[in-house]
Design a protein around this ligand. Structure first.
Ligand code: FMN
Length: 388
């Protein structure tokens, strides 16, 4: 069933970003109702939110028309989440002190779950001891503070107080609703492609972007797990909330994994690890005049084979194959003592390496699961569903 979000909009200049938040939440299928304060209506017309949200926008406690339903009580009990964005200093102060002088603050008083406040204001307003005290006390009452970012503010000051970007706010909402079925689990994920140096400026690498590994890390974190990611070269940022250890080569990755694997329940090896490294690597940049004509390779350690797996641990490997897909993947599963192997066909350009999408086959000791083309985030969820 789709979740109900009651969005409270207050009078802050970052209100324009919240129109985008509404659009994104709508696309994700949430049911939305909106309350705007009088100040919010000075910045943006309710019509904008009504059109983008395709929903009711309430602005008045006392209005023309029927009062048979007590609106602030009805809205508060309808909501699965009360999101306030932007959350002005004024409205946070009122809610912290139980003041209920408009529809939004009355709803807040009648709402018996956690409110999510997306803080947004000028740096001095934010740093004012009164605001800091209100934020602290609201947190102590169990409410969720989506803290602001640092950057250039509308008042031309550079500092704290910028409303988080719309995608970041939506991510907080998604995290709030995410099932927490991996709470207490420790998951080690590898991501990206290893780099094998030829000299200080050249290397052998591969096309892995890190998106699959990072999607798994992000979803595992959202589902309550304690997550560490060991990342080789990636083209995207590591998600928030997870510990990130950066490495370059397969040797470094092996060292970092074996140093800590003992304390993890799961190892998910989504990194593309080079099978070979350069045997005649140079410490100084190779020049044309050096007559360096032949690259000599030697085998890298097989990380999964080198690890001692205890009976309670679950190890998952990835296989990026271009031919004999199932056969090669099954061979890896048994040779490397894995519980599952996730097979992706990297010969197609619209999925796999670098893409936001993938199409995988998950092979277990007894079962095979086909996952049709989906976002890497959705695939991450399905892999985690299998192992939890
Ligand atoms: C141009 C302008 C921008 C403002 N931006 C903010 C802001 O970002 N955050 C904030 O807390 N107050 C901001 N204010 C002040 C609030 O609008 C004011 O405190 C108002 O009383 C808030 O009312 P409300 O909490 O009922 O929406 C701004 C005011 C103006 C005129």
């Amino acid at each position: 069933m789709n979740k109900n979000i009651l969005l409270g909009v207050t009078g802050g200049v970052a209100i324009y970003k919240v129109v985008d938040v509404v659009s994104r939440l709508k696309k994700l299928g949430y049911n939305i109702k909106i309350i705007m304060t009088d100040s919010a209506c000075e910045f943006v017309s309710p019509m904008t939110f009504e059109t983008i949200g395709k929903c009711d926008v309430k602005t008045k406690m006392f209005h023309e028309g029927s009062h048979k339903i007590v609106e602030h009580i009805d809205l508060a009990s309808w909501a699965d989440l009360f999101l306030i964005a932007p959350a002005s200093a004024n409205t946070m102060a009122k809610i912290n002190h139980g003041i209920a002088d408009n529809l939004l603050t009355s709803c807040a008083l009648a709402y018996d779950k956690k409110i999510m406040f997306c803080v947004s204001m000028n740096t001095n307003m934010l740093n004012n001891p009164a605001t800091q005290k209100n934020i602290r006390e609201l947190e102590e009452k169990g409410h969720i503070m989506v803290s602001s970012n640092s950057g250039l503010l509308a008042c031309n000051v550079v500092g704290d107080g910028r409303l988080k970007e719309p995608w970041e706010i939506v991510e907080e909402v998604e995290k709030y609703f995410c099932k927490k079925d991996l709470t207490g689990k420790k998951i080690l994920v590898t991501a990206g492609g290893t780099v094998e140096r030829i000299d200080p400026v050249r290397y052998i690498g591969n096309d892995s972007s890190g998106k699959m590994g990072y999607s798994i890390a992000k979803k595992a974190y959202m589902r309550g797990a304690e997550v560490t990611v060991i990342s080789a070269k990636t083209s995207v940022e590591c998600p928030d909330g997870v510990e990130n250890i950066k490495v370059e080569s397969a040797d470094e990755m092996q060292k970092e994994i074996s140093n800590r694997i003992e304390k993890f329940d799961y190892l998910i090896m989504a990194a593309a690890v080079s099978d070979f490294k350069v045997a005649n690597k140079r410490d100084k940049k190779i020049k044309k005049s050096d007559n360096f004509n032949t690259l000599e390779l030697k085998e890298n350690p097989d990380i999964l084979k080198s690890l001692h797996k205890n009976e309670n641990q679950i190890f998952i490997g990835f296989a990026a194959e271009t031919n004999n897909l199932i056969e090669n993947a099954k061979k890896k599963l048994s040779e490397k003592n894995l519980d599952y192997i996730v097979l992706n066909d990297v010969s197609k350009s619209d999925i796999g390496f670098n893409s936001d999408y993938n199409k995988v086959t998950i092979i277990g000791k007894e079962d095979i699961f086909e996952i049709e083309k989906e976002s890497k985030l959705n695939i991450a969820d399905k892999i985690l569903d299998l192992i939890k």
